[in-house]
Every structure is written in C-alpha cells, then in structure tokens.
Design a protein around this ligand. Sequence first.
Ligand code: BEZ
Ligand code: FE
Length: 294
Amino acid sequence: MPYVTETNLTDVVLARWQDIPDPRLRQVMGSLIKHLHAFVRDVEPTGEEWFRAIDFLTRTGKMCDDKRQEFILLSDVLGVSMLVDAINHRFASAATPTTVEGPFHIPDSPHFEHGGNMADGAPGIPCFCVGKVTDLDGRPIAGATLDMWQTDGEGIYEAQKGVDEPWMRGVFKSQPDGSYIARTVAPIGYTIPMDGTVGALMDHTDISHMRPAHIHFCLEAPGFRRCVTHLFQRGDQYIDTDVVYGVKERLIADFVEHPPGTAPNGETVDTPFYVVHYDFVMQPEAAAGRVAAE
Ligand code: BEZ
Ligand code: FE
C-alpha cells in the first residue's frame, strides 16, 4: 500500500473499501467516500470548521427521539427527502405524483363514513374534498382508503396540539363508483420546527422556513402502489418557496369558495365554505416498464 499524500488519499481509501463482500454496501461506501472527499477538497475546511460540523451533526442526533426527528428535517430542507421520494416513485405521467410524508402522520386514524367530518370542533373554514379515485385508464377504484391528516385552521397538527383524542385526521373510503367526499377545515401554511439545529441553520439564511397550506393524503388499494401525497392550496403565498420542496404542479388544487348553503355531502353549512375537487389516479403495482425520471 502506498503511504498517503493529500493527492493520493482518496484513492487509497477507495482501494481499501473496494473489496468488501456486500456488493450494495461496497457501492454505497465507494460513492460516499468519493463524494465526501470531493466535498472536503472543494470546501477545504479549517480544523475549527470541521469540529463545528461534527458538533452540528452530534447535536442534530441528540434532538432525535420517537417524537422528533431532526435528521429527517435536515434531509427535508436540503431536498434529499424529495429526491429519494422521486427516485422511488417513478409513476406513469397520468398517475397522481407523490410527495414527502413529513413528520406529522399518525397511524390508525379514525374511520369516517362517506362525507364525514374529520375536523369536528376544529377552528377554520369548512372545506370539502371531493373527487374520484381511478386507475390509469380512468376506471373507478372502489374501496381505496384515503388516510388524511393536516393542520387545523390555525396551523396546528395533532402532535403540536397535545390532545388525547385524534385531531385533524381520518380515514375515508372510495365508493363503488370511485368517489370520495371528506369534510374538514382549510389548513393554513406553517413553519417547520425552528427550535432545533435545522432552525439555527435556517436562521443563518434568508430562505423561507414556511410550508404552503396543504392536506396530506395516503391512498392505498389492493393491486396499486401506495401514494403518499399532498394537495396544496393554489394561490398560497408560500407555494413557490416550500421549504421542503414538496410542491409539484399537479398537486396544486383550487380551493373554491362557496356561499353558505348545501355542501357536497348534502348537509347545510351556514357559513362560507371551500370545495376542493381532486381526482386521484393510482399507479398499478405491476405497471409494465419504469417511467423515465422527470
Ligand atoms: C409536513 O408536511 O408536515 C412537513 C414535511 C416536512 C418537514 C416538516 C413538515
Ligand atoms: Fe404537513
């Protein structure tokens, strides 16, 4: 083995890692070493800067537990979460695109009947999500589950509200004709958690730390790929600067204002309300061929 110099160090390290038995680990580590060394050669950190970088990562790790995942947040604001999501969901162009799940999904939400209200007692403007769930050819998918979660009209998720009962989340099912109706309240834009290392990093920038108003959905149906996505409110002031890069054009929906009156689920609403019409198109499990990256 040659003794190391600044020039040959990367090759020496790569050579040592190139014969490890697990082929995937070999590929991952080879690429990691190559890119990490290139980054250090590019940045040329001082010893003090390198120590600060290690300290940042250490403090980020210490903030993580079963309720808070600062590393995922770091991956989100660097666009890595969206890149991993895109690589793993190369759906047909007609299918509803996916986007990041985010940290606020809670499993086992209550089930609601067609048109039920998952925001009973929550502050905000009443909002009805209506549409169909279909396959790529427009055929209705009956019995698809639509697991929904979102902030209330004050920008608060259940995890932030500190309540014992489910808050602003629910599971709906598509009907035999593929239709679904869910009553909720309109969400509003909100900030990512800024009290940790990621917030401190963002504070050194003038990058927006806001997410535009959105409703999360996870659609599942036998024979189809799970689709974790959001619907974003068209016109939201943060739509072009989402801090986690989650907005895709196809996921921007009109929140159409209606005067008091009969809502899509047949009930009478005595205040103005929104109707969001969105048809979800699901990607079959075994679609022939992969679709090229967009
Ligand atoms: C969210 O959609 O709730 C979210 C996603 C990524 C980071 C923070 C929040
Ligand atoms: Fe969210």
